[in-house]
Design a protein around this ligand. Structure first.
Ligand SMILES: CC(C)(COP(=O)([O-])OP(=O)([O-])OC[C@H]1O[C@@H](n2cnc3c(N)ncnc32)[C@H](O)[C@@H]1OP(=O)([O-])[O-])[C@@H](O)C(=O)NCCC(=O)NCCSC(=O)C[C@@](C)(O)CC(=O)[O-]
Length: 289
């Protein structure tokens, strides 16, 4: 293992993927407090909100206020989900000056989830995100592409590795963006993750791949280990294991950031993240539920 192989990049998605599914109203002040705690942990990537339809995801309707009120740390890149140009305009109006942002676009590897989550086919969702990609590129803002349902879809069942590779190709044709591969409903197993990654790595370099595992089946850490065996060194996780997707029945929380850190640090991997700060943020996050 070289020194480069020992560093694992963690993308904290709790304030977005985590909180989007919480049934109780969480105030802007509490969201901002959680983000500000996480900003002091050593994390380099924190997803803080989404500019989607408030009718579809009411919990994220105040992302503009969250962006305006948080205290950005200079070393952190803050990600937001943007599905269409309406979302892009919302993000542009809300962003603070001199902050490093990342715009995340998202599609599904399965048609059933695409319809449920975005109200359109996979092909239509790609058409819709192309102007967002162009706008982000023109503004010099980093992009990230999410692919959901990389092994299983709550509507269509098992998803073939080739379908995920096809979705990856569609996003990479839009721009050479890094990809986050989502086990949206937490049904993946290490062998199926390995098969899926083999297909995706034919169309995208491993340095541009992140694993995004939900822990419904208790396999998230094993799936991370299998991904690491394939050379993946970036993972999404959610403080306190917050999470789920309102349009994927059965989706439970993302793998907990504190569990991922514990596993990686025990195995000698480096993340640059302070586990004590994350533990305090996790306690705070649990109090929001
Ligand atoms: C894409 C749409 C908008 C299509 O939704 P639609 O209803 O087909 O679109 P529309 O264009 O007809 O718009 C409907 C209404 O929403 C408004 N609207 C339209 N766009 C926006 C916007 N950006 N911001 C604010 N408002 C917006 C629009 O103006 C209109 O308002 P009305 O005229 O009825 O008053 C909708 O399906 C949507 O918002 N979907 C997002 C669902 C979502 O956020 N899901 C969770 C995130 S994905 C996820 O969690 C998975 C991931 C990434 O974590 C990885 C994994 O685990 O798999």
């Amino acid at each position: 293992m070289t020194d480069g192989d020992k560093f694992v990049r963690i993308h904290e998605v709790g304030p977005r993927d985590g909180l989007q599914n919480e049934p109780n109203v969480i105030s802007v002040a509490d969201k901002v407090a959680l983000i500000d705690m996480l900003s002091g942990s050593g994390l380099r990537d924190i997803e803080v909100g989404s500019f989607v339809s408030p009718k579809w995801v009411p919990q994220m309707a105040d992302s503009d206020q969250v962006l305006a009120q948080m205290t950005p740390a200079p070393e952190v890149r803050y990600a937001v989900l943007v599905p269409n140009m309406r979302g892009w305009e919302g993000f542009v109006a809300a962003r603070q000056p001199d902050v490093t942002y990342e715009v995340a676009v998202f599609i599904s590897a399965s048609e059933g989830f695409s319809r449920s989550n975005l109200n359109c086919s996979i092909a239509e969702s790609v058409e819709r995100l192309l102007p967002v990609v162009q706008a982000a590129q023109d503004a010099g803002i980093a992009l990230r592409g999410y692919i959901s349902c990389v092994t299983d879809c709550p509507f269509d069942g098992p998803v073939a590795p080739d379908a995920v590779a096809q979705a990856a190709s569609l996003l990479r044709a839009a721009a050479p963006m890094p990809l986050s591969l989502g086990d949206t409903i937490g049904k993946a197993t290490p062998d199926r993750v390995t098969a899926m990654l083999r297909a995706v790595l034919d169309v995208a370099p491993v340095d541009d791949i992140a694993g995004h595992f939900h822990d419904t089946g208790g396999q998230a850490l094993a799936n991370i280990a299998a991904s690491m065996d394939m050379g993946v060194r970036a993972f999404d996780s959610s403080v306190a294991g917050l999470g789920g997707c309102p349009y994927a029945p059965g989706a439970s929380g993302n793998v907990a950031t504190e569990s991922v850190l514990e596993m990686l640090h025990a195995q000698g991997f480096e993340t640059g993240i302070n586990e004590e700060v994350i533990a305090k943020a996790a306690a705070f996050a649990r109090g929001l539920r």
